[in-house]
Ligand binder design. Structure first.
Ligand code: TRH
Length: 393
């Protein structure tokens, strides 16, 4: 039985590391009845995406998960049956030694970053024997095809989304939180979560000069600050910055559940990193991805790998519209092309939205990441050292 799991999360920056670890922890606890202990080195990051978390408590029970501050020195702890190391965060030495000392070594998983690249399927589940201790770590990769670990996708999520989008009063209550009524017929509502270097003020100017009334909600952060600094003159008492056909407001972070609602409510979602990117798939709306930047622009390869999969079943004109806007948004193509890129994308919105529906429905047929992990760890059972050839840790 693999009923006790430890998940380790080091917050490198922003919210994606904890966003993935926390969602996985909640799913394992609520959907699989697993006793999850989540070790995180930055409680403040968790409290931003789950405000019920107290930043002052080294140990607390939150949403059915035993949340622990990952402190140094690491406290003496008996490891669980499964140990998930997220994003190669390097477990504490004392904990690894304790893993090796158990009568049955825990199933040790490195949960890696999401990528649509072809090599992922070949590396998924590869074992990596520890050089000295009787332990084997397995590499586990999220991904978009059945030969990978799949995506985090809660049971019943689509039913919840449908209940929300079919319920005018739920939507009215949602918009009222932001001081808005229901959208006008010709209005576009947009969520805008991106990194600080995306051309956000430029896009806002394009919206302002356009004919379609557009309302953008921008979660607080670097991009919101840039917009505010550039456009602040004309801020209304209610916090709206209005220009021409467009208006935007910086909104506070909500918990992960509230963030989903924002994506469900908007017509177009700008998302970033890893976890919000995946949530945009499940929202089944047209979306624009700001990929997490990496050295030597290796992230562009990753983005194109995803675009190739995502647009494979889309007709050429709409595939080009998606590719063009995403390439401008991520700095691959000059910002001067932003206006044309936005206009083509929005002109194709209906077809792109239908494609988003089909794409999400297909992805939802795969096992979700949490279920896949549970099955894999049950199969590996006791991850006692195997002599399989693998990659070195
Ligand atoms: O915040 P991100 O950019 O995170 C990252 C990290 O930088 C990480 O180091 C990198 O490896 C990774 O991206 C790829 O983007 P992401 O992944 O979308 O995470 C944001 C999380 O914040 C996600 O779980 C959704 C959540 N969130 C809320 O819960 N409420 C909110 O209001 C908002 C705006 C986001």
């Amino acid at each position: 039985m693999t009923r006790h799991w430890d998940i380790f999360c080091k917050v490198v920056d922003n919210f994606g590391d904890i966003g993935v670890a926390w969602r996985l922890a909640r799913m394992l606890a609520s959907e699989h009845g697993i006793e999850v202990r989540l070790w995180v080195d930055d409680l403040a990051a968790l409290s931003r995406i789950w405000p019920a978390t107290s930043t002052g408590m080294k140990q607390q029970r939150v949403a059915g998960v035993d949340v622990r501050l990952w402190s140094k020195p690491f406290p003496a702890t008996v490891p669980g049956d499964v140990v998930i190391e997220t994003f190669q965060c390097a477990l504490p030495d004392s904990f690894v030694i304790a893993m090796a000392a158990k009568p049955v070594a825990p199933c040790w998983i490195n949960l890696d970053y999401l990528s649509a690249e072809d090599w992922v399927a070949g590396c998924h589940r590869l074992p990596s024997p520890h050089p000295r201790l009787p332990l084997t770590k397995h590499f586990y990769f999220p991904g978009f095809d059945p030969n990978t670990g799949g995506l985090l996708h809660e049971r019943g999520l689509e039913d919840q989304r449908l209940a929300f989008v079919d319920d005018a009063s739920a939507q009215a209550a949602f918009w009222a939180q932001h001081g808005l009524g229901l959208p006008q017929d010709d209005e576009l509502r947009v969520s805008l979560f991106c990194y600080g270097d995306a051309p956000v003020p430029e896009l806002f100017e394009i919206w302002a000069a356009g004919k379609t009334p557009l309302t953008a909600l921008v979660p607080e952060g670097a991009a919101a600050e840039r917009m505010r600094a550039r456009l602040a003159s004309g801020t209304s008492a209610a916090g709206w910055i209005e220009r021409g056909a467009a208006r935007f407001k910086v909104i506070p972070f909500t918990d992960q559940v509230g963030f989903d609602r924002l994506l469900w409510a908007c017509d177009v979602n700008f998302v970033r990193g890893e976890d919000s990117f995946v949530r945009a798939h499940w929202a089944r709306r047209p979306f624009v991805w700001n990929i997490y930047p990496q050295g030597e622009n290796t992230h562009w390869i990753k983005m194109h790998a995803f675009l190739d999969r995502y647009t494979a079943d889309l007709d050429d004109a709409h595939a080009d519209a998606v590719r063009h806007l995403w390439r401008v948004w991520n700095g691959i193509v000059r910002p001067a092309e932003l206006q044309q890129a936005w206009e083509d994308f929005i002109a194709g919105r209906g077809a792109i939205a239908r494609h988003a529906e089909r794409w999400a429905a297909r992805l939802a047929e795969q096992d979700d990441l949490a279920t896949g992990l549970v099955n894999f760890c049950a199969g590996v059972g006791k991850c006692r050292v195997t002599q399989e050839p693998g990659i070195s840790p």
